[in-house]
Design a protein around this ligand. Structure first.
Ligand SMILES: Nc1nc2c(c(=O)[nH]1)N[C@H]1C(S)=C(S)[C@@H](COP(=O)(O)O)O[C@H]1N2
Ligand SMILES: [Mo]
Length: 372
């Protein structure tokens, strides 16, 4: 989608993302049905949208400025987008973006917030410059701990002094070669809903660290303390708790890498299948790690078969998998898929560790088919 001078399309999620399921239209939050996530690289029209505030009105890329500063920045510097492009190497990666609250709708007691089912995930192609190169140019002091972001979106309250969200990542994550200050999504200027004209992308971590409408990177001498870094936001109990427990603030830990997870993207749930065999495919990802295997079951987990799993297109990209499943006789079947990461951890079949805001639900995905 070309850059538009006004945010005319910001309030029209239906028009811009006609295939997504809208969970909230002010601000727009919309998720992708599993069967539309079959592509190796997620097309922009199928990428979920998660907005905490209102997108900025003026996102002219020619006037946009990115300011690098903070206690642990040696040479605070302001860049235009053209200067970023001229000074630093431009690179592209397929990077997974998954909302920390993906799967929230299944937690009991319920967690407040967007009731995401399975669709707050995508793996599109991002183009930009490396955060690392920009940090090196500006100088990072030895005491640096975190890189935080500020964006130009505005608070829903209308209060211009309120920051919508300002999260960040430890310096080591920011310095990974795949961590980008991106200006293109799938080869086009980033559209307004996804953070035009500039955003941070740190794949494999909760989507909330990938700041949209990026105006500032703050090199901090402490764990970044912007809005949504504390309390129950993007934090989970450091030790497991019983569902419904009120957890003291000092016992909550910041979510880092997302856990292993997978989706069945074909067949679409509810299909009728002719014959006794079916080709099944999907995506699997494991935060900072690789997926080493995916298994499928059509007998409610009594037996499992190994699927074929492709290599990721690059680190932090999801992996396509496929399998041929067999139905012993006509009838109703559920296809279950379960991925395992490099450390041997696989997806639970049931909802994992309850937490106050309903993050990190990586329970296995299931689809239903009728074999005739
Ligand atoms: N400035 C800003 N950045 C933001 C957000 C936001 O509301 N404002 N939402 C975050 C969250 S919670 C997620 S999951 C991702 C969603 O990115 P997308 O809308 O491009 O899919 O952006 C993150 N970056
Ligand atoms: Mo998110």
């Amino acid at each position: 989608m070309p850059w538009l001078p006004f945010n005319a399309h910001a309030m029209q999620g239906e028009a811009v993302k006609p295939d997504l399921r809208v969970l909230n239209d002010r601000p727009l939050n919309a998720e992708t049905p599993a069967h539309l996530l079959n592509d190796a690289t997620t097309p922009t029209r199928y990428l979920f949208v998660r907005n905490n505030g209102n997108p900025p009105v003026d996102t002219n890329p020619e006037e946009w400025q990115l300011r690098i500063e903070g206690e642990s920045c040696v040479r605070p510097t302001t860049f235009s987008i053209d200067e970023l492009k001229e000074r630093f190497e431009i690179v592209s990666y397929d990077l997974q973006l998954e909302c920390g609250g993906n799967g929230r709708s299944e937690f009991r007691p319920r967690a407040s917030g967007n009731q995401w089912t399975t669709g707050a995930i995508g793996c599109p192609r991002w183009t930009g410059v490396r955060v690392k190169d920009v940090l090196d140019y500006c100088g990072v002091k030895e005491d640096a701990q975190y890189v935080g972001f500020l964006g130009a979106d505005t608070h829903l309250s209308g209060d211009p002094n309120k920051v919508v969200i300002s999260r960040g990542v430890p310096v080591e994550k920011a310095r990974e070669v795949e961590s980008l200050i991106a200006f293109e999504l799938n080869g086009e200027p980033i559209p307004l809903l996804h953070g035009a004209p500039l955003r941070l992308v740190c794949g494999g971590w909760p989507g909330s660290v990938s700041g949209k409408w990026l105006t500032h990177l703050l090199i901090r001498d402490r764990v970044h303390d912007g809005p949504k870094m504390g309390g129950n936001s993007y934090r989970v109990p450091c030790a497991p708790v019983a569902p419904g427990t009120e957890v003291p603030d000092d016992q909550m830990c910041i979510i880092e890498s997302m856990p292993v997870k997978s989706l069945i993207t074909s067949p679409r749930s509810g299909m009728t299948v002719n014959g006794s065999q079916l080709d099944v495919s999907g995506q699997a990802w494991a935060g900072d790690l690789k997926v080493t295997s995916v298994h499928t079951s059509v007998d409610f987990g009594q037996t499992w078969q190994a699927a074929e799993v492709a290599a990721p297109r690059n680190r932090l990209a999801w992996q396509q998998w496929r399998a041929r499943v067999h139905f012993p006789k006509p009838g109703y079947y559920e296809i279950w898929a379960r991925a395992t990461d490099e450390l041997g951890r696989s997806q639970p079949m049931l909802i994992p560790g309850w937490n106050p805001k309903g993050y990190l639900n990586n329970a296995a995905h299931r689809t239903a088919v009728q074999s005739v």
